[in-house]
Design a protein around this ligand. Structure first.
Ligand SMILES: NC(=O)c1ccc[n+]([C@@H]2O[C@H](COP(=O)([O-])OP(=O)(O)OC[C@H]3O[C@@H](n4cnc5c(N)ncnc54)[C@H](OP(=O)(O)O)[C@@H]3O)[C@@H](O)[C@H]2O)c1
Length: 296
C-alpha cells in the first residue's frame, strides 16, 4: 500500500493511506447530469474507477427509492453528491443526511456535496454531510452558466426571448467545467477535506448583460424581459410544471436572486490555484457546439 505524509488541519504531519482509498471506485450521484458527467469524464481520463449513480445507471439509483441506495454504495470509497431536483426542494436535507449516514456505514470515507450559495435549505444538507462522520468537502456554487445551454434557459435562448422575474441583480455565473475540476480535486486529494468552497465566476453580470453576450456570440437577436413573478409562475404552470417545482423556482428567483450572491468569491482559486473561466469564454465555447442553433 502506498503511503504519503500530509499535513492535517492542525498542521501535524500524518500518514495517509490514500492509494487504498483511490483503488475503490468513486460514486458520482447525478453522473449523467451537467456537473456529474464532467466529473465522470475527468476520472475516466485519469484512469480512476468510477460508478454512475442515476436512475439509468447500473445498478439504478433513485433518490425517491431508498432501497436503491445500499446496492450502489457497494465497495465505494468516495462519493460526489448532487441532489435532484434541487437542494432547496422539500425533503432534500433529510435524504442527503440519510444517504450520507448509509454511505459511512458502508465504508465510504469521503463525501463531496454540490450545494448552492445563499440557500438556507441547502445549508441544512451541508450540515447533515458535516455530521455524517465522513471526510467532507462542500462546493457552494453560484448559478451555472450552462443553465443557458444545457438546462431550463436553453429553450428561451432558442426562442429569442428570455423572460425572467429578475431586474438589475447581478450574478457571478460559474462555468460547470470549473465545478467539475474542483469536485475531482476534492474527491482525489486529502488537502480539500473540511473545506467549504464558495464557487463563482470572475465577474458578476445581470441577466440582460448575459443575454447580450449570447446574442453577440450567436449573431442572433435575443431580448431580455424582466417580468413579474406572477407572469413567470403562470407561464411555468402553462408549460406543465408541477406545483412543487413552480414554488421551488419562485423561491430561487425571489429569495436567492435578491443580490445576496452578487459578489464574486474565491473558491475556484483557493481549491485549484487558478482563476475561474469567464462567462464570455463559456459563451464562445458553447456557441461552437451548435447548441444555440439547434444543431445538437
Ligand atoms: N443550476 C444551477 O445554477 C445550480 C446552482 C447551484 C447548485 N445547483 C445544484 O446542482 C444540483 C444538480 O446538479 P447538476 O446540475 O449537475 O445535475 P443535473 O444536470 O440536474 O442532472 C440531474 C442528474 O440527476 C439524475 N436524476 C434525475 N432524477 C433522479 C432521481 N430521482 N434519483 C436519482 N438521480 C436522478 C439524472 O440522471 P437520470 O435521469 O439518469 O436519473 C442526472 O444524472 C442540484 O442539487 C442543485 O441544487 C444548481
Amino acid at each position: 500500500m502506498n503511503r504519503k505524509l500530509n499535513r492535517n488541519r492542525k498542521g501535524h504531519l500524518e500518514v495517509v493511506h490514500d492509494e487504498k482509498n483511490k483503488q475503490r471506485p468513486i460514486l458520482i450521484i447525478g453522473g449523467t447530469g451537467k456537473t456529474g458527467r464532467r466529473v465522470a469524464q475527468r476520472l475516466l481520463n485519469r484512469g480512476i474507477p468510477a460508478r454512475i449513480g442515476s436512475r439509468t445507471g447500473k445498478p439504478p439509483f433513485d433518490w425517491n427509492h431508498t432501497d436503491s441506495w445500499k446496492p450502489i454504495l457497494e465497495g465505494i470509497g468516495a462519493v460526489y453528491i448532487t441532489y435532484y431536483p434541487d437542494l432547496a426542494a422539500p425533503g432534500a436535507a433529510d435524504a442527503v443526511g440519510e444517504f450520507a449516514k448509509l454511505a459511512v456505514q458502508n465504508g465510504v470515507k469521503r463525501l463531496v456535496l454540490l450545494s448552492g450559495r445563499g440557500e438556507e435549505e441547502a445549508q441544512r444538507s451541508e450540515k447533515a454531510l458535516q455530521h455524517s462522520g465522513a471526510d467532507w468537502t462542500i462546493l457552494r456554487s453560484s448559478w451555472f452558466a450552462q443553465n443557458f445551454s444545457e438546462h431550463f434557459l436553453l429553450g428561451p435562448v432558442l426562442s429569442g426571448t428570455i423572460a425572467l422575474p429578475v431586474g438589475d441583480v447581478k450574478e457571478p455565473f460559474i462555468d460547470v467545467e470549473d465545478i467539475a475540476d474542483v469536485a475531482v480535486a476534492a474527491l482525489t486529494d486529502t488537502k480539500h477535506v473540511g473545506e467549504v468552497y464558495e464557487l463563482s465566476g470572475p465577474r458578476s453580470l445581470t441577466f440582460s448583460e448575459v443575454t447580450k453576450e449570447i446574442a453577440k456570440a450567436t449573431r442572433r437577436e435575443i431580448q431580455y424581459i424582466n417580468i413579474s413573478i406572477e407572469s413567470f409562475t403562470t407561464e411555468l404552470r402553462q408549460q406543465g410544471m408541477s406545483e412543487e417545482m413552480v414554488s421551488l423556482m419562485a423561491e430561487l428567483f425571489t429569495e436567492v436572486l435578491d443580490g445576496r450572491n452578487s459578489h464574486v468569491v474565491d473558491g475556484v482559486e483557493r481549491a485549484l490555484g487558478r482563476d475561474p473561466r469567464s462567462f464570455i469564454d463559456y459563451v464562445k465555447s458553447a456557441a461552437t457546439t451548435g447548441i444555440w442553433e439547434g444543431r445538437k
